[in-house]
Structure formats: structure tokens, C-alpha cells
Design a protein around this ligand. Structure first.
Ligand SMILES: Cc1cc2nc3c(=O)[nH]c(=O)nc-3n(C[C@H](O)[C@H](O)[C@H](O)COP(=O)(O)OP(=O)(O)OC[C@H]3O[C@@H](n4cnc5c(N)ncnc54)[C@H](O)[C@@H]3O)c2cc1C
Length: 387
């Protein structure tokens, strides 16, 4: 079998790039190889769905701005046969809170966000208390509120992209890539577990937390590691005013969900690996102390459910690796290493990689700095003050 582009991995990221390839050039033949169409371990359905413009790097801010506008119109854009693709978008805002020691960094990031046209609001602790009277602000130095951000239903985003891409002619194969054949500076063929082989002009590594296994098929080391993270569901015993998605630099991050809240405390201390075990003590040990410190209404809260999921953690600098260049390969494209913000950047990065493949350059957002070259140069590009 021969096609133009093979996308390895059909999560939100792989489905997004497939959609944009077809959108930009309907004559492009695209095959997405996804080994598990139920997505039982994929990161996309296990994510929290937060979408925010609160970054320090212009690229990440622009990606979020693009994606948010895209999510605004997602239901109509991805509609099929008149049925809208609802993604449960809740634009209830996103709030970053920091201790006094991180005020300067937050201010610099805030200035960058404003310069790039984001609707963000600087809050001193008094103003924060007025806006969210239940919050303990005694140890906080400042906050930035982004009222147009929020969260959405991650599986619906994935299925919206997937169903629309399919309707445009993208083929999703329920199969597993088990080998890649290299000739000179090109990959020529993907070998599948069914025995099928696909030749193509381009190959995209959108395997998320499994991206390093795909690179290993070409003997290419990559600093992307699976990093376990817990998402907990909990309720408060007393009412709290409506909250945005809240993230503090102690890493507590949570948002309203149904009758309660969804969130957790991710940590980079976690050993890397494909570990989905749930640590039933984590909420009481790590999350609850931070929650009850911030809102007294959580004093008697217990965890009602925990699920685990994997970040595709880029241990080099915490940002996506996009495009060609790995070991000199010109047609093997990375699209992984999102390190916890892949869902919100799937539209922007999907479009960017489609532009690069079809037109040879970025047209919407210049993501050159997120390319493989920075690994060769040893120059990480890190977010400032944001984990
Ligand atoms: C708890 C948690 C909270 C998160 N919160 C947020 C958030 O608030 N906002 C945000 O933007 N992001 C968040 N993320 C991150 C986000 O979920 C991911 O960055 C995003 O879903 C990555 O999408 P993906 O398509 O790259 O990966 P996945 O959804 O994992 O898809 C990769 C696919 O590749 C397939 N695959 C792997 N190897 C092969 C192979 N050899 N052959 C064929 N198929 C293969 C897998 O089956 C899988 O379906 C969170 C993640 C977790 C775990």
C-alpha cells in the first residue's frame, strides 16, 4: 500500500494533523495508524481539558490563541450531516496564583501576554479576595486572570477531529506500527503488526507518551518520557463561589466538574515509565493539604475517584518537538513532547505541521524554535515560572 502521509498515533494530536492536511490540500492521501480505537490508555481522554493563554513563550501563547478561536467554532466546523460536534467548552476563565517570590516572573509573563493581545487581568491579593471571597490569599503575591479561557471535554475534541477527518477521506487503520524502514535520509515504509506495509512520502510521530518507542524503531534517542499524573474528582462540603480553572505554583491545579471539582498536583519527581497504577494515598498526602489550605471549604473533603494518565514529558525543556530533522531525516516529523498541554495545542500544532509538510514553511505560527535543531544545539526553550 502507498499513501502520501502516515500519521502514527490517532489521539487528538494525530487526528488534528490529519484533519489539517486534508483541509489544506484535499488531494493529499493520509493514513492514521491507531492501535487502539477505544483509546483505553491514550492521554487524550485521560486529560483535564484545560485551555489557557497563560504562558511565557510567545509560541505557546499564539498556539493557545489559535486553538481557543478554533475551539470556539469547533462544534460548527466539525459538524457532520448537520449534527454539531459539541465539546462542552466552558469559558469560565483560568487563574494563575503565585507567592510573593514569583511576582516578578508572573508580571513579565503578563506583559508578554498583553503584548500578544491576550485579555488578561493583573490582580493584587486584595482584588483576588474580592473576586473569589472563599480563597485564602494570605500567602499569595499576585494573580493573573484570563477570563476567556476555560476547559472542554477531551474525548469529544478527539472524536470531532477523527470523524471529520474520516469524512474528508482520511483513513484510520486499527493497527500498530511495529517497524520503520530507513533509506538514506528518508523513512520509506511503516511495518504494521498485521503484516501490512505502508510506503509514504512523509511520516508523523504523533504517538504521544509512546513517541520514544517510535523513534527507537529508527535507533533515534529522544528525551520524551511517559510521566504518570493523577486526576482526582472531589467535592466541597460547603458551597464555594463559581471558580475558574485555578493553578498555583505549588502545582495544585483544579477546576469545577459536575457537582464538584477535578484536578490534582502533578510532579516532575515521578519516575518515568508506562505506569497506570493509582496511588490511593496521593490525594490525602499531597493534594488535600494544598486544597484545604487554599479553600477552607475543602477541610473535610475526601477523594471520590482518581484516574491516572501519562504526559508525553519532554525532559529537555517541557515543550513540543515539531517537524523533521531527527538524525538527519527529512521526512520523519515529530509532533510530541507536549508535557501537559497537548490537548490545548492540538489545533495550532496540527495546522502548523500540515503547513510545513504541504508548503515547506510555517504560515500561521512560526514554530521554528520548537524544532529538533534545539536538541542538537543543546538550547532548551523553557516556560518561565510555569511548570
Ligand atoms: C491527567 C492529565 C491531565 C492533563 N491536562 C491537560 C490540560 O489540562 N490541558 C492540555 O492541553 N493537556 C492536558 N494533558 C495533556 C494532554 O492530554 C496530552 O498532551 C494530549 O492528549 C496528547 O495527545 P496525543 O494525541 O499526542 O496523545 P494520545 O492521546 O496518547 O494519543 C497517542 C496515540 O498513539 C497511539 N500509539 C502509540 N504507539 C503506537 C503505535 N506503535 N502504533 C499505532 N498507534 C500507536 C496510542 O494508542 C494513542 O492512542 C493532560 C494529561 C493528563 C494525563
Amino acid at each position: 500500500m502507498r499513501t502520501d502521509v502516515v500519521v502514527i498515533g490517532g489521539g487528538a494530536v494525530g487526528a488534528a494533523v490529519a484533519y489539517f492536511l486534508k483541509l489544506l490540500d484535499p488531494s493529499t492521501e493520509v493514513s492514521v495508524v491507531e492501535r487502539d480505537p477505544t483509546y483505553s490508555q491514550a492521554s487524550t481522554p485521560r486529560g483535564s481539558g484545560g485551555v489557557r493563554r497563560l504562558f511565557s513563550l510567545p509560541e505557546n501563547i499564539e498556539l493557545s490563541t489559535f486553538s481557543m478561536a478554533f475551539f470556539d467554532n469547533f462544534a460548527e466546523t466539525m459538524a457532520l450531516d448537520g449534527v454539531k460536534a459539541d465539546i462542552g467548552l466552558k469559558k469560565n476563565g483560568y487563574l494563575f496564583i503565585v507567592p510573593p517570590s514569583a511576582r516578578d516572573v508572573l508580571k513579565r509573563n503578563f506583559d508578554t501576554q498583553r503584548r500578544l493581545g491576550c485579555n488578561v487581568l493583573w490582580l493584587e491579593p486584595d482584588g483576588l479576595k474580592q473576586m473569589f471571597p472563599s480563597m485564602n490569599v494570605s500567602d499569595l503575591g499576585a494573580a493573573v486572570y484570563s477570563p476567556d479561557d476555560g476547559w472542554l471535554v477531551t474525548r469529544s475534541v478527539l472524536m470531532g477531529f477523527r470523524n471529520k477527518a474520516t469524512s474528508m477521506g482520511v483513513e484510520f487503520l486499527a493497527d500498530e506500527v511495529v517497524g520503520l524502514v530507513r533509506k538514506g535520509n528518508s523513512v520509506t515504509t511503516a511495518k504494521l503488526s498485521s503484516g501490512q506495509q505502508i510506503e509514504a512520502s512523509h511520516f508523523v510521530n504523533a504517538a504521544g507518551a509512546w513517541a520514544k518507542d517510535i523513534c527507537a524503531m529508527l535507533n533515534i534517542p529522544v528525551p520524551i518520557e511517559p510521566l504518570r499524573r493523577f486526576e482526582h474528582y472531589f467535592e466541597s462540603q460547603d458551597p464555594i463561589e463559581p471558580l475558574p480553572y485555578i493553578k498555583d505554583t505549588q502545582r495544585l491545579a483544579f477546576r469545577p466538574e459536575g457537582n464538584g471539582y477535578s484536578g490534582g498536583v502533578p510532579t516532575l519527581e515521578e519516575p518515568r515509565g508506562y505506569n497506570f497504577d493509582v496511588d490511593d494515598t496521593y490525594f490525602e498526602r499531597v493534594v488535600w493539604p494544598q486544597l484545604s489550605h487554599r479553600f477552607p471549604q475543602f477541610e473535610k473533603t475526601v477523594c471520590k475517584g482518581t484516574r491516572s494518565g501519562l504526559y508525553d514529558q519532554n525532559d529537555f525543556d517541557g515543550n513540543v518537538i515539531i517537524g523533521p530533522g531527527a538524525d538527519g531525516l527529512g521526512n520523519f516529523h515529530m509532533l510530541a513532547g507536549f508535557s501537559g498541554h497537548g490537548l490545548m495545542h492540538a489545533p495550532g500544532c496540527g495546522r502548523a505541521l500540515a503547513e510545513l509538510l504541504l508548503k515547506g514553511r510555517y504560515e500561521t505560527i512560526d514554530l521554528t524554535r520548537f524544532g529538533w535543531q534545539r536538541l542538537l544545539d543543546g538550547t532548551p526553550i523553557r516556560e518561565q515560572g510555569i511548570i
